[in-house]
Design a protein around this ligand. Sequence first.
Ligand code: SF4
Ligand code: SF4
Length: 135
Amino acid sequence: MASGRYVFRFPKKLIDQPVTCELVSDYGLTFNILRANITPRSEGLMVLELSGDEDKLDAGVQHVEDLGVGVQPLANDVIRDEQVCTHCGACINVCPTNALALNHETFEVAFDPEQCVACELCVPVCPPRAMRVHF
Ligand code: SF4
Ligand code: SF4
């Protein structure tokens, strides 16, 4: 069993196509939508977690890419500028997944991209704008 978090960008022509359903029916994957912004007659964006057999996960992701969906692994999309972060802690309470959490040994705020679901809640509360989301 393998899993991964991805950002899917849907071009206009695919907005009304059952692309994610095909990942279930044709590749036996399960998905959990973490965030979605899809508007008719416009481009769409979906953040989702996919799970399934490793081969089928790779094949399913390749399939949606072949259809014309832009695919990026999620971990690459949220970054913290370590030179800018002051470890003030303002982001800790808004992060729903504990991707941002206090390290009780160093008293610094640790960022774990693997736990991040790209909700962007930390972005506006960060005084020096250290958290950046690239979609
Ligand atoms: S709010 Fe910004 S500066 Fe403060 S700990 Fe979080 S990422 Fe660092
Ligand atoms: S984007 Fe959301 S999940 Fe990711 S670190 Fe910020 S608050 Fe946490």
